[in-house]
Design a protein around this ligand. Structure first.
Ligand code: CP
Ligand code: NVA
Length: 313
């Protein structure tokens, strides 16, 4: 009997190959998915608030026949009540997947280092890979392809931007970003994005970055945990607001995306968020479909790896 391949986790988009990412997007669109989580489910830990991620993951688990259990950070106390490693060991026995939304990314790495089921990053300060899955699914539905698209991100070079930039590399889309000085990708993120094969361009002026883009993407100027920086960031980012004139600078067929929640009037105007080029609601609803695709893909892997679940290895 051959040795089982190592357990797979999704802590950042480049944990996937291009082929695997495409497979997840295909599975996301599967009608009538099999109940691969019947009799089991997943455990979801949230150190930060969530509307989309919690609801979409819970619904996706339910749609696959499983039961979701969501716990707040205050309940489980990652590294205060017990260590991230002990929680990884514990939750591995209760479900087929562990999801974690944390401040420090390394908590997920430590959980994953000991878990015996896949650990999925539901947002950390560094990355938001499950958001990227929905973003790419939405773009594929808008344009019928991903290869050759140009995605322009205007705003904070944050967790959402980093994962999206990496994802663009895996699917052959170019990624342009315009951010104020001091809020750009650091060297580590830039290296990681380029290592994923991303055609990354950093542009000073938002209008220049938008020119000819297929999609304009933005996110909040201040992320969860940065609320105290709200005023200083609102000043720094004032020229990086996505308004109708910035959308006009993009191509005629350009769409507008935002991971949400939006701080309306900050990073994007109501006119853009609610306008004809906005795809923010299909994008948000795709969080559920892409989460289901991810869970189906993980189930395919575990079936391959576990003879008791019908695998061959
Ligand atoms: N986009 C996203 O992750 O939303 P929530 O914070 O509401 O989960
Ligand atoms: N960058 C944001 C994304 C929210 C979904 C944050 O981390 O708060």
């Amino acid at each position: 009997m051959s040795a089982n391949p190592p357990l797979r986790h999704l802590l950042e988009v480049d944990d996937l190959s291009a082929v695997e990412l495409a497979r997840i997007l295909d599975l996301a669109e599967l009608t009538d998915p099999p109940p691969v989580l019947a009799g089991s489910g997943g455990v979801l830990l949230f150190e930060k608030p969530s509307a989309r991620t919690r609801t979409s993951m819970e619904m996706a688990i339910d749609q696959l026949g499983g039961h979701p259990v969501s716990l707040s950070g205050a309940e489980v106390g990652i590294d205060t009540r017990e260590t991230a490693e002990d929680l990884g060991r514990l939750m591995s026995g209760y479900g087929r997947v562990i999801g974690g939304r944390v401040f420090e990314h390394h908590k997920l790495e430590r959980m994953a280092s000991v878990a015996s089921v896949p650990v999925v990053n539901l947002l950390s300060d560094d990355a938001h890979p499950v958001q990227t899955l929905a973003d790419l699914l939405t773009l594929r539905q808008c344009f019928g392809r991903l290869d050759g698209l140009t995605v322009t991100y205007v705003g904070d070079a944050n967790n959402v931007a980093r994962s999206l930039a990496i994802g663009c590399g895996l699917v052959g889309a170019a990624f342009r970003i315009s951010s104020p000085p001091g809020y750009r990708f650091d060297d580590t993120s830039t290296d990681r994005i380029r290592s994923a094969g991303t055609d990354l361009t950093v542009v000073d002026e938002p209008t220049e970055a938008a020119s000819g883009a297929d999609a304009i993407y933005t996110d909040a100027w201040y992320s969860m945990g940065q609320e105290e920086e709200k005023r200083i960031r609102q000043e720094a980012f004032a020229r990086w607001r996505v308004d109708e004139s910035l959308m006009d600078a993009a191509g005629d067929g350009a769409v507008f995306l935002h991971c949400l929640p939006a701080h309306r009037g900050d990073e994007a105007t109501d006119g853009v968020l609610d306008g004809p080029r906005s795809r923010i609601w299909p994008q948000a609803h795709n969080r559920m479909h892409s989460a289901r695709g991810l869970l189906l893909w993980l189930a395919e892997l575990s079936t391959d790896q576990d003879p008791e679940r019908g695998g061959t290895s």
